[in-house]
Design a protein around this ligand. Sequence first.
Ligand SMILES: [Cu+2]
Length: 79
Amino acid sequence: MKNNLTKGVLIMETTLKVQGMTCAHCEASVKGALEKLTGVESVAINLDTGDVAVTYEEGKVTLEDMREAIEDQGYDVEG
Ligand SMILES: [Cu+2]
């Protein structure tokens, strides 16, 4: 995890390991669910590895919120 201070807002970056994504549809479901969360700035998904890189504003959204959003779509988050 790393962070940058931009315009007084602390932007955090984390990578979640998601299991079960197999195609572009899965990718779109996970990306869409995360982007709906307040505070999420951007989402980048690597289908081959299951890595979901999320940048977000600290204090506006939690890792638990992200995990729940992904699990609601039917995918498992490792760790
Ligand atoms: Cu799929």
